[in-house]
Unconditional design. Structure first.
Length: 180
């Protein structure tokens, strides 16, 4: 079962670049949507099975969020390139910058013996879910050629970006409270 759980996580790492290639080179919207949907569901399932069968691990705690970020960033950058969207590109950069910052905070807290300050929160999980929904909406909009869905995806991505920034601030405040 541990192998299956880790395979779900590693699948997201592989699927991210495949979606990028599918969108940028092949305009394979439906295939990208299907792969992205599978990857998004696998994000829930690997955690569910790990908790259900008490198979959580340090490796899983480290690799799972990295796999999410790889999937999300490859997808956002592919969408930004394909759609020639400065908006999606900028939102992707904000999301990426926050991820670098939180990774640095996690490293700092691990070295300081206080990993609790950057332990994943419910809001951070919600942030990931909204990011995944946004990308799924973009891919669906491309698949069915819907401007309305594209607009909803833009709005959703903005909400995801606000939550992304907010959780970054939360982690920062918790981290730097320890050093004052």
């Amino acid at each position: 079962m541990q192998y299956f759980i880790n395979s779900l996580t590693f699948a997201r790492i592989v699927i991210g670049p495949i979606i990028y290639i599918n969108l940028v080179n092949n305009e394979a919207f439906i295939m990208s949507l299907l792969l992205f949907t599978f990857a998004s569901i696998s994000d829930y399932l690997d955690g569910f099975f790990a908790r259900k069968y008490n198979l959580t691990s340090d490796l899983g705690e480290i690799i799972d969020p990295i796999a999410d970020k790889i999937l999300i960033l490859f997808s956002l950058f592919a969408l930004a390139l394909y759609l020639e969207s400065i908006y999606i590109g900028f939102m992707g950069c904000i999301i990426l910058a926050r991820e670098f910052w939180v990774s640095a905070l996690r490293d700092l807290n691990a070295r300081s013996g206080n990993p609790v300050a950057t332990k994943v929160t419910f809001l951070a999980k919600l942030k990931t879910a909204i990011q995944l929904i946004s990308i799924g909406l973009y891919l669906l909009a491309l698949s069915i050629n819907s401007s309305l869905l594209m607009f909803i995806a833009d709005f959703n991505l903005f909400a995801a970006c606000i939550i992304t920034i907010h959780t970054g601030f939360q982690y920062s405040i918790r981290t730097f409270k320890l050093y004052n």
